[in-house]
Design a protein around this ligand. Sequence first.
Ligand SMILES: Cc1cc2nc3c(=O)[nH]c(=O)nc-3n(C[C@H](O)[C@H](O)[C@H](O)COP(=O)(O)O)c2cc1C
Length: 189
Amino acid sequence: MTLQKNHNLSHEIVLDDVKCILSTTDLKGTIKYTNPYFSEVSGYSKKELLGSPHNIIRHPDMPKVMFKLMWDRIKDDNNVSMIVKNRAKDGKYYWVTTFFEKKYHPVTKESDGYLAILHAAPKNAIRAIEPLYKRLRNIEAKYGIHASQDYLIKYLMKEGKTYDQYVAELTQQKNLVSEFFKTINKLTS
Ligand SMILES: Cc1cc2nc3c(=O)[nH]c(=O)nc-3n(C[C@H](O)[C@H](O)[C@H](O)COP(=O)(O)O)c2cc1C
């Protein structure tokens, strides 16, 4: 299957459901590896991506607090999933569910960076998260990141879920599909 570009007014790039975008970074978030699908979707060549900070594809609609949460978690050795809106080189956007984890050097066993695996985000997850992100951004703009963090904590308390449970529920359907294709790929390779 190939990447479908949706040329409607929204300028959204719709990702292939069965492909994933891979990247690794050093400990500071400088890109060290990307797979070809990363370039295909983002419009940046491998040469442009390698050595660039990962915020090269940061979309201004993403609240700062989400990246703070992500960095706090992965630095502490906790994997984390997030729903992220990214910005392609031409200004179009694409939504992904991402899984971040810390990497360890196979020989020295020391941490040498991070890994991200990105899949197309399910539509229901985007619909649910977009208003929350908008609210967080507005709070950040007016009162700063501590206020948006407080809002996020209270929001999750009201939902009666941890952050992980909240994201897992939103992305569950998608994960099942991608796990299925991962298994098929393993069996057929
Ligand atoms: C392995 C890895 C993958 C990342 N992937 C993304 C990504 O897809 N989109 C994004 O905006 N930030 C991503 N980041 C986070 C960026 O490094 C950065 O923290 C974020 O874009 C916020 O940028 P800012 O700190 O300049 O505001 C990733 C970080 C790591 C370590």
